[in-house]
Write a new protein. Structure first.
Lengths: 392, 165, 144
């Protein structure tokens, strides 16, 4: 393992907070962001006046129903009278919020940064899924009245056809993640289900069925990042951000290989180069790939170079990705188990890796000792990939 | 701690309701205008970049890999190969449908299956649910079924669906 | 290389569509519920920060400077409200002309942080004393 000697300002995460993820919450978006931010500050031992800069991550304004959501949320994220920036890359926003917080500190501009991600999907009627209709091209695609699940179904079907993978193999991811979520106090859908339950659930858009999908949720997450000298004053166990990467690909259907996520591969390579990782499947101890659908976890594990193309289901069946396996994947329960408030979900994965590396994950802690963890998010019309690597 | 709510409990709390009013007139631009007018005539137009040889359907006035203007209009066949297909039982408002709506991505000819970027279209496919379920429709050749000339208005709805031949 | 203007401008098409949801149902949150329940009883409810003592109107769940949770809600003396600023509108939000121009005022309460936007009538001037005549939302006030 080579350490990147060009990175002269090391950045550590010193606190994290989550709210419960549920289908609908009473609190307004600002109040949810405040609760997550308060918990993160409490863990870090800081007060709001110690924070220099604030980063806010939130996905389409159309969910909460308030335009300029970054400005709206800055009240609840402690951003009043501070430099605030908002990031938005669709579903990849969660990890991008952490990356943005990282470069605020790594550039030397800020010393202590609060990064908050929040999403409230419940206000929209008739159903939050209807809002997704507006991400399609208005002239070429919207006249067909598409709904969101078509995109994932098409990618899943192509993945299954190219590598000859059966639905039973893919359903194992859903079983694993919902079982892991039973250990997570913030989770919405922890449950003990079987492959049979998945295959018998309601068919939404063949081949996607109800238990293959993560739910609509409200939730917020926050982390506090600090530069090296500040971090060592507040904690004996800072978790260092060692590598970051992000990439966007083409939104057009005919211009992407649906069976392989190359944008995630490019983002991962950028992060691996920074972190000095040459053999990911030997050097990554715990991974949180983005799993809004069960087949996406396999798709991403292959793109992250943790499995050869088409081989992730085989390794899954052998137990390599279980919580007591060689490379535990989604020990927090992932989006399938915990819930999917678009932006907060990605940051929830970063928080989960932070807890694993710090040793405070409670019942979710993986069995083997962990030193290097990776969190990944993915978004937009399936073409943005963001990756963050942390070490303790 | 935040307070989770069930749907029935929502009516016991104070809610402010609002309907947004946002109507748009999108311009199609040069490339898509000619594409839509071509659909009205029953033809599918694309743009070709002579430097890398890519044919863009739907057409674009610039090549996004070479980052230069595309050079000429070409017409592609209204036949192609199915790359992927899905059957939807839910509408865009999450209401349940009785008959599945089948859509997919079609690679239009001329192109070959080693192309990473191909002229293609995202549209409905006229086939049976069984053919989608056992994946046999993937890789089949399909041809566009056009609406009668009087009903075509210059939109992608001028093609009814792509049928297996 | 140059960009040529190919094609006739007259044949460029426009596509009409909407970007709307059916409607949104916003919850007002726990602090908001205290405020709106207060309006039903004809009271203005604010919240007081336990650390710095600032009072927020309408009631907020947390203090924006201390960032701690606020649990105490206080009734604000509504007779002391005054006009901080106002404007006159001639058209509604869709651009239709109003029959009678309307006054929109921002009213504040002394020694509190925050204010409420409402419809105003009477002798509207900056600093004018305000009497709340309707507790429906949005509020209607009369300036003396």
């Amino acid at each position: 393992m080579k350490v990147n000697i060009y990175l002269n300002k090391r950045v550590a995460v010193i606190g994290a907070g989550l709210t419960l993820f549920r289908r609908r919450l009473l609190e307004t978006p600002q109040e949810m962001a405040w609760e997550a931010a308060r918990k993160a500050l409490d863990e870090a031992g800081l007060e709001l006046r110690d924070i220099d800069c604030v980063v806010i991550g939130s996905a389409p304004d159309a969910f909460d129903g308030v335009h300029m959501k970054g400005e709206y949320l800055s009240h609840g994220s402690g951003g009043i009278r501070k430099p605030v920036s908002r990031v938005f890359v669709g579903g990849a926003t969660g990890v991008m919020t952490a990356i943005s917080g990282w470069y605020h500190v790594a550039s030397g501009l800020c010393q202590r940064v609060l990064a908050v991600a929040e999403e409230k999907m419940s206000p929209s009627r008739p159903h939050p899924q209807a809002i997704f209709k507006y991400i399609w091209d208005p002239i070429l695609e919207k006249p067909l009245n598409p709904n969101l699940i078509w995109i994932f179904a098409m990618e899943m079907h192509r993945y299954m056809a190219t590598y000859g993978i059966k639905k039973e193999d893919i359903a194992l991811v859903s079983v694993k993640n919902k079982r892991n979520a039973l250990n997570n106090p913030y989770a919405q859908l922890g449950a003990n289900i079987t492959v049979e339950d998945v295959l018998k659930s309601e068919v939404l858009v063949w081949p996607v069925q109800l238990l293959d999908v993560s739910p609509v949720s409200d939730g917020a997450a926050a982390i506090v990042l600090a530069s090296e000298d500040v971090a060592r004053r507040y904690t004996d166990t800072p978790v260092w951000v060692e590598g970051v990467g992000w990439t966007l690909d083409n939104t057009e259907w005919p211009a992407r290989d649906l069976a392989y996520a190359r944008y995630v591969e490019f983002a991962a390579r950028m992060a691996y180069k920074m972190a000095g990782i040459e053999r990911p499947n030997k050097e990554i101890d715990v991974v949180e790939p983005y799993d809004p659908f069960d087949y996406k976890e396999l798709h991403h594990l292959e793109a992250l170079q943790l499995a050869k193309r088409g081989e992730a289901p085989k390794l899954l069946k052998e137990g390599v990705f279980d919580i007591d396996g060689d490379i535990p994947s989604s020990p927090s329960g992932g989006l399938l188990g915990v819930g999917n408030p678009i932006a907060a979900a990605g940051l929830m994965k970063v928080v989960s890796i932070y807890w694993q590396l710090k040793g405070t994950a409670g019942k979710m802690q993986v069995k083997k000792p962990v030193h290097t963890g990776l969190a990944q998010a993915w978004g937009d019309l399936m073409q943005a990939g963001t990756v963050i690597i942390m070490r303790n | 701690m935040v307070t989770p709510l069930k749907e029935e409990e929502l009516s016991k709390h104070i809610i402010i309701s609002y309907k947004p009013n946002a109507k748009y007139a999108y311009t199609a631009g040069q490339a898509q205008s000619k594409y839509l007018l071509g659909l009205k005539e029953g033809k599918i137009y694309g743009r070709k970049c002579n430097k890398c040889g890519k044919i863009y359907v739907p057409p674009k006035m610039y090549c996004d890999e070479c980052f230069r203007p595309t050079d000429e209009w070409v017409e592609v066949k209204d036949e192609g190969i199915v790359m992927t297909a899905v059957a939807s039982f839910i509408s865009w408002t999450r209401a349940r449908l009785e008959e599945p709506e089948i859509v997919g991505v079609i690679r239009l000819l001329p192109s070959n299956d080693r192309d990473f970027v191909y002229p293609g279209i995202f549209h409905r496919i006229c086939t049976s649910y069984e053919e989608v379920k056992n994946m046999s429709v993937i890789g089949k050749k399909v041809k566009a079924v056009w609406k009668p000339k009087e009903e075509r208005k210059g939109s992608i709805e001028d093609i009814q669906c792509f049928k297996v031949i | 290389m140059s960009w040529e203007k190919i094609g006739k401008e007259g044949s460029l098409l426009r596509w009409y569509d909407v970007m709307e949801a059916d409607k949104y149902e916003y919850t007002v949150g726990p602090a908001g519920e205290q405020f709106f329940n207060g309006l039903k009883e004809g009271k203005i409810i604010g919240s007081k920060c336990p650390k710095c003592g600032k009072i927020y109107v309408p009631a907020r769940l947390y203090c924006e400077d201390c960032f701690v949770k606020i649990d105490s809600y206080v009734e604000i003396n509504k007779d002391e409200a005054y006009v901080d600023s106002y404007t006159i509108i001639y058209r509604d939000d869709e651009g239709n002309k109003l029959d009678v121009p309307a006054y929109i005022a921002l009213i504040r309460f002394p020694n509190t942080k925050g204010g409420i936007l409402c419809y105003a009538e009477g002798n509207v001037k900056i600093g004018g004393k305000v009497k709340i005549i309707s507790f429906q939302w949005p509020l209607r006030v009369k300036v003396e």
